[in-house]
Design a protein around this ligand. Sequence first.
Ligand code: SF4
Length: 248
Amino acid sequence: MLFSIIKNRIEQGYRTSKYPNEEIKLPERFKGKPEINSNCEQKIAELCASNCPQDAIDPKEKTIHLGKCVFCGLCEELSNGSFIKFSNDFELAVTDPEQLIYDGMIEKLEIHAKKHFKKLFGRSLQLRQVSAGGCNACEADLNVLNTPFFDLSRFGIQFVASPRHADGIIVTGPVTRNMKKALLKTYEAIPDPKIVIASGSCAISGGPFRGNPEQLNGVDGILKVDLYIPGCPPHPLTTLHALLTFFK
Ligand code: SF4
């Protein structure tokens, strides 16, 4: 029995990714940072905007709101790639909500990483995850970060059960009215200084639930957000890149 476990372990080898020291190439089908052709025909931009289920496209300015977009790919399909084409670049996180209005350029997150956050949380970052009415996709992909492939704890980053042990919260879901009080109480229980991360289009803008009276269109109406991580759900690498760049 013991020998078969050891044999199995040797055969399996080392499975943890070497990211960020080695690049990870995501498959072609992954929809990451969009490329926008600002010279495309106006009627094509308008066609995409009128069909976008998230109302995320401004056809005049030729921009996409990355916090509203659910990366469904319909605009790429409708424009046959002539207006919007998704790359597999997963580096999407921003610190300023205005940067979510995307015209083809995102400033590097490194530029906005705050030195005092790095000093405070660079060696150890403990996060309390709050699911504020999400569908569980964002929560599931955060959980993937704890698997042996990503092994989040090797970077000194961990999800903790109690807000009293946390340095901040990572919020998923559009913040339903029923979850508002729980979210605020969790935030209050975290000792200062603390950070707030909005993960996924629901936590940033309400996502597909935007406008529904039973939810609050995301977390930044009630708490100041330090880091926005777009996606529906954000790929684990999008989250990992954001955490390492912003805090390490
Ligand atoms: S990929 Fe985003 S911008 Fe394009 S149609 Fe879907 S939700 Fe709208």
